[in-house]
Design a protein around this ligand. Structure first.
Ligand SMILES: [Fe+2]
Length: 258
């Protein structure tokens, strides 16, 4: 099974601009850098990457899971970063209800980012990293023409699951990885941002080599590239990486459903 997002690669118009935000303001360590690419370590088992390209940016949605008890520390660090924080629909910045806290913000390319915490997630399992206290990448957004078609593909090929099936907005989950599958006609909250499909390369991690081998037979156009299984679906590029360091029991220890 897929346990987590091990890397998410976003599109940028400026690597220098990315460094000003992610290194200087958010304090993420750089683990690789070239003239058109940069990669940050953002949690113990996840990296966030940016590829520079001369083409318009469609904002991506990515959410970072932080510990519930440290949420306000993480939010306070974010407000001191002078990044653009977004008001929720009720005018407040932080939404705190029913054991869930979140705060939205944007980076220099306009990507829609979020810190989110859930009271039910066990905080002792994964060590939070950095000033944002990130435990893992929880969400990546996938605006699509048909939510049912993309959802069923994720279920059938990647063995991801849903708590319930919905036609306009659906979480499709495996481990800590939540794919937010939304209709292109449904704007992103909290600012009714048009849901353009972003240029992303999403890398999933699994400690199960046989899962990757089976997947290679199931998906169309699968290719191996330096130990990664690579394939695409609609506008989205996917990779699957063998990550034995993150044990398959971690999602259950965190109290996650799948
Ligand atoms: Fe979200």
């Amino acid at each position: 099974m897929i346990t987590h997002y091990s890397d998410v690669q976003l599109h940028t118009l400026s690597i220098q601009g990315v460094k000003q935000i992610y290194k200087e303001r958010l304090h993420f360590p750089i683990i690789y850098e070239s003239s058109t690419f940069i990669r940050f370590q953002i949690s113990s088992y996840a990296t966030l990457s940016f590829k520079e390209a001369y083409t318009p940016v469609s904002p991506a949605h990515v959410a970072f899971q932080v510990p519930y008890s440290l949420f306000y520390e993480s939010a306070s660090f974010l407000s001191q970063s002078h990044l653009l924080l977004l008001q929720q629909e009720n005018g407040e910045y932080i939404d705190d209800e029913n054991g869930r806290r979140n705060l939205y913000f944007r980076d220099g390319d306009g990507h829609l980012l979020e810190i989110i915490a859930h009271e039910r997630v066990d905080e002792t399992v994964l060590k939070p990293l950095g000033d944002l206290r990130i435990m893992y990448i929880r969400e990546v957004g996938f605006p699509v023409a048909s939510v049912p078609v993309f959802r069923e593909w994720l279920k059938n090929k990647l063995s991801m699951k849903t708590e319930r099936d919905q036609d306009v907005f659906n979480f499709v989950i495996s481990g800590t990885a939540h794919a937010v599958v939304v209709s292109k006609t449904r704007p992103w909250i909290p600012i009714a941002l048009k849901a353009l499909p972003p240029r992303v390369v999403v890398t999933f991690g699994t400690p199960d080599l046989s899962f990757i081998k089976e997947l290679g037979k199931k998906v169309e156009n699968a290719k191996w590239d330096s130990h990664l299984l690579c394939f695409s679906k609609e506008e989205y590029a996917f990779q699957v990486q063998f990550t034995p360091d993150l044990h398959k029991d971690v999602p259950a220890q965190l109290n996650l459903p799948f």
